[in-house]
Design a protein around this ligand. Sequence first.
Ligand SMILES: Cc1ncc(COP(=O)(O)O)c(C=O)c1O
Length: 397
Amino acid sequence: MIQEDQFREIYSQQQGSTFVYDIDSFDIHLNDLVQSLPTQVKAYYATKANPLSSVIKCVNKNKIGIDVASIGEFKQALSCGVNPQDIIVTGPAKSKKHLEIYLKKGVNLFVIESKTQLYDLNELSESLDLTPRVLLRVQLVWPESGESVLGGNNITAFGLDIDQWQEVAVDKYSFLRFEGFHVFQWGNILDAQELYTIWKSIIHECQNLATQINVACKVIDFGGGWGIPYANGSPLDMTQVCTYLSKVLSENIFEEIYIELGRFAIGEFGYYMSHVIDRKIVRGKDILVLEGGMNHLIRPVLTNQSFPIKSLSSSKDELREFQLHGPLCSSLDTVGLHNLPDDTKIGDVLLFSQCGAYGFTESMPFFLCHDLPAEVIVKDKKTKILRDSVDASWWLR
Ligand SMILES: Cc1ncc(COP(=O)(O)O)c(C=O)c1O
């Protein structure tokens, strides 16, 4: 755990918005995760959640596989020493050129999301004399609606529906080893029972499809979706999750379960600090304008759900509700409503927690040419600056 004084010290060195990642606690968390999962459950880390090299190296050290969804993520994983055999490739935008790169570099496991991907991978495998393993990504129709970054019940580009997969004659793709299915449509779930209900539906639909199109039921990949609490709610109960995973394994014919965790893996181990640039009252509302908003952290805008925030500069008990905004000239750039010390003033530093996943790399840092935030890790109890804050001259040409 990083103490508040350490955060203050880091901020006083950086003098600007900064992400801090607690790699020591992350390492312990991953080790606990690996120890508690049933043996037939294989964990991957979803690189998109946080592609920082210190994060990937820690994942790799804990013998967790790597899920990549782009060539950029793939190159980053390789540069961190990840063995291509430990990589699973997901994502709806796999061009033939990219598939060829993955195959030539030794990747052996692909989540296939369209008929074009299937055709291209088979053709490339034939020409390279390879037989990669394949999971078919299925987009199911759900009885319930609801918000999810993964689309939930909306029609999205992830995978194909059952009708479309039923049209595929897998025997024609003789250079691919069909081992099962991938289904992932619901995100940030905090209730183990809800995960179990979703998994049971997935298994039911995929077992039927497997029989219809003659695909082996070796692997079922549930993707991610394990949540962390942002505003309220209790953390996901890992003991319960593992009990349900064992139950699912005992109740169905798939031999192995794969999971690809992003948020649950790294979310709780990232922090973000920014300071107050201005304080004012507009039409009766107390407003704080911060140095960083959606240019550094876009999640509150995308999900309408903010991060937990506390002041590192004031400990006054008397609180006031402030409407927080980022620095961009867009009314979209809101950081949420927060109760902060009444005496919050210009220059005060705010600490955001739960920022390890979908933080800096999901944001829109270039609009308005503000500075990029610094990135710092704490590893072996020591602070290491990965990148100081840089101004726009760094990328403007
Ligand atoms: C294919 C795939 N797997 C895993 C994840 C990670 O999801 P989560 O962060 O909910 O664990 C994502 C996130 O978008 C994804 O697209």
